[in-house]
Design a protein around this ligand. Structure first.
Ligand code: NAP
Length: 312
């Protein structure tokens, strides 16, 4: 395998954390590359309106914010490569990132691989994915104009996306396994006040059913112990996220859910290896905290490279 260009900072993942790290690292004079296997922007590109990023009082779509961040990073010289990193070698002063066809020597690595939506793991979910089961309201919501849909989950994502779906659907159920939502109060209030939204409490999805497309879901009410079939045209699953930690999970410390434990400098226990964004253990997962992690990780990487410049 060819041994390619040397970079000061290799960032794995081109979401908000990775892009922010790239802005800081490349502006700081580091030769910086982002590796992104899919679309630049990460999870935020699936958010229709971002309301709480400071300075953007006119809502912007997640896609537009990500695009601005990408241009910002490129302005300072960040290279973006659409390549899938399959392995990383993380000896202190001998670091490489590998794709299927290339191997790049780098000085430091920032893992900003984010998280993916959790699955419900119920019968019919996989079969009807793309045929009525979705994990992205921004992507698929418009397909459900005047239809009946349900959002599964009670967190910020579920409730925000349920509100978004009322732009298209005539009826939106929120199906939650408890009798209280987890989402922040302001978003809850908006959902409670929305005539198109009905919340089905204390209920879990047992099965997704249909013909070629989804037709109904079987719900089990944990309080009444009753089963009911709810007829609908689509479901949107927002039951949390799973960290994309595969590349380094055996080498670093993780919390009980697999999120990477870092210190306040975003360092892992391996010198020169940092983590940032949704893949990291934290109390608040927002664009701003991802961007903050990225900035700190880049700052730390730059400092570490400078302190060890004779050792590479
Ligand atoms: P989350 O906060 O972990 O919420 C997941 C929801 O799904 C919870 O209500 C949970 O129920 C429910 N759930 C989990 N497993 C389930 C299962 N197997 N069956 C049925 N329900 C299940 O996840 P999230 O909403 O995707 O948010 C992820 C992170 O991003 C959070 O930190 C969130 O604050 C942040 N976020 C913020 C914003 C914003 O501020 N604008 C928007 C989106 C996301 P329980 O409540 O009973 O645990």
């Amino acid at each position: 395998m060819e041994n390619k260009t040397e970079y000061d900072v290799a960032i794995i993942g081109g979401g908000s954390a990775g892009l922010s790290a790239a802005i800081y690292a490349s502006r700081g004079g580091m030769n910086t590359v982002i590796f992104e296997k899919a679309l630049i922007g990460g999870q935020i590109t699936t958010t229709a309106d971002v309301e709480n990023y400071p300075g953007f009082e006119e809502n912007m779509s997640g896609f537009d914010i990500a695009d601005k961040m990408r241009r910002h990073a490129e302005k300072f010289g960040t290279e973006i490569k659409q390549e899938n990193i399959t392995a990383i070698h993380m000896d202190d002063f001998e670091k490489y990132v590998e794709t299927n066809s290339n191997k790049y020597k780098v000085k430091s690595i920032i893992v900003a691989t984010g998280a993916n939506p959790s699955k419900l793991d119920v019968p019919g979910e996989a079969k009807y994915t793309g045929r009525g089961v979705s994990y992205c309201a921004t992507c698929d919501g418009a397909l459900y104009r005047d239809k009946i849909v349900a959002v599964i989950g009670g967190g910020d994502s579920a409730v925000e996306e349920a509100i978004f779906l009322t732009k298209f659907a005539k009826k939106v159920y929120i199906i939650h396994r408890r009798d209280e939502l987890r989402a922040v109060k302001l978003i809850q209030k908006r959902a409670f006040e929305n005539d198109k939204i009905e919340i089905i409490w204390n209920s879990i999805v047992k099965e997704v059913k249909g013909g070629d497309f989804i037709e109904k879901i079987e719900l089990y009410n944990k309080k009444t112990k009753k089963i009911r079939n709810l007829e609908l045209n689509g479901i949107f699953i927002y039951v949390g996220i799973i960290p994309n930690n595969e590349l380094i999970k055996s080498a670093v410390k993780l919390d009980s859910q697999g999120f990477i434990l870092t210190d306040e400098t975003m360092s892992t226990k391996i010198p020169g290896l940092y983590a940032a964004g949704d893949v990291v253990h934290k109390v608040l997962r927002q664009v701003i905290t991802a961007a903050s992690d990225g900035a700190i990780a880049a700052f730390s990487a730059e400092k570490w490279i400078e302190e060890n410049k004779d050792k590479f």
